[in-house]
Ligand binder design. Structure first.
Ligand SMILES: Nc1ncnc2c1ncn2[C@@H]1O[C@H](COP(=O)(O)OP(=O)(O)OP(=O)(O)O)[C@@H](O)[C@H]1O
Length: 247
């Protein structure tokens, strides 16, 4: 039976990006359906970050299209890009929290930047709600240096979610965390996704994270989508290019 397709939120077609002679993306195709988690698997240097930068308009591809919310990112002007980016959350590998600001100030920052007319009470309410979602309300007035790596990742996740993005891009969300904390972050990603009906692209080398979070795994190899399928489908493959990630 053919799988019923949900609405697509990101459709990438024939994407090409080279730096000089070096072709990084070479006709890459991918579709992210609404409410799904797509994991991009690829070796170091395969172009995962380049792809993410093209999706958020930080890099201009040489050709191809990236349709996000019905607009084609490479053709968007600055205002359209700003609008699209406000609907796309990004969880950086480094968390990108400001060390000199309290947790409260870190969470207020995107609200005050994007929603300039927002009332103080609404800011307080949204900050508290975002921290409650990750069980860290008690850290409101702490500094980032007082928190563990797992707690910082949860704060970063709360900050990413605070603008209610429709799509979230996760860059190696569990790298550097122990297995128990990694599992907590994966569960949190799934919980918040369900609650807010978001769609995600996750870059990860951590096969436990891939297994626990992916609805679809896309294997990026030599600039192309080499194959895509569920974790279980790829795990059973006899193809050496696929098997190497599961060994
Ligand atoms: N601005 C740039 N100018 C020139 N080359 C670049 C630029 N950005 C990326 N590259 C090259 O593109 C290739 C892919 O890099 P990218 O960072 O996307 O890999 P990656 O798959 O994210 O790797 P990792 O898993 O190690 O983070 C690398 O060879 C890198 O040197």
């Amino acid at each position: 039976m053919e799988k019923v397709k949900n609405e697509a939120v990101i459709v990438i077609k024939d994407l090409v990006k080279a730096f000089g002679e070096k072709v990084i993306l070479d006709g890459f195709n991918m579709t992210v359906e609404k409410g799904s988690n797509v994991v991009i698997l690829g070796k170091s240097g395969s172009g995962k970050s380049v792809l993410i930068k093209c999706i958020i308009g930080l890099l201009q591809p040489d050709s191809g299209s990236i349709h996000v919310f019905n607009g084609n990112v490479p053709e968007m002007n600055e205002d359209e890009l700003d609008e699209a980016r406000s609907k796309i959350g990004f969880l950086f590998q480094s968390n990108a929290l400001y060390d000199s600001m309290t947790i409260r100030e870190n969470l207020e920052f995107p609200l005050l930047r994007h929603w300039v007319d927002i009332e103080k009470e609404e800011v307080d309410r949204l900050v508290s709600e975002a921290l409650e979602n990750v069980d860290l309300l008690h850290t409101l007035d702490m500094m980032p240096s007082e928190l563990s790596g797992g707690m910082l990742k949860r704060v970063a996740l709360a900050r990413t979610m605070i603008l209610r993005p429709e799509v979230i891009l996760y860059d190696e969300p569990t790298t550097g965390l122990d297995p128990v904390t990694s599992r907590e972050i994966e569960d949190l990603i799934l919980k918040l996704q369900k609650k807010n009906h978001t769609s995600s692209i996750i870059i990860s080398h951590d096969m436990n994270c891939v297994k626990n979070t992916a609805d679809l795994v896309v294997l990026l190899l030599e600039g192309k989508c080499y194959t895509e399928g569920t974790y279980e489908e790829l795990e059973q493959s006899a193809d050496q290019n696929i098997k190497q990630f599961f060994e």
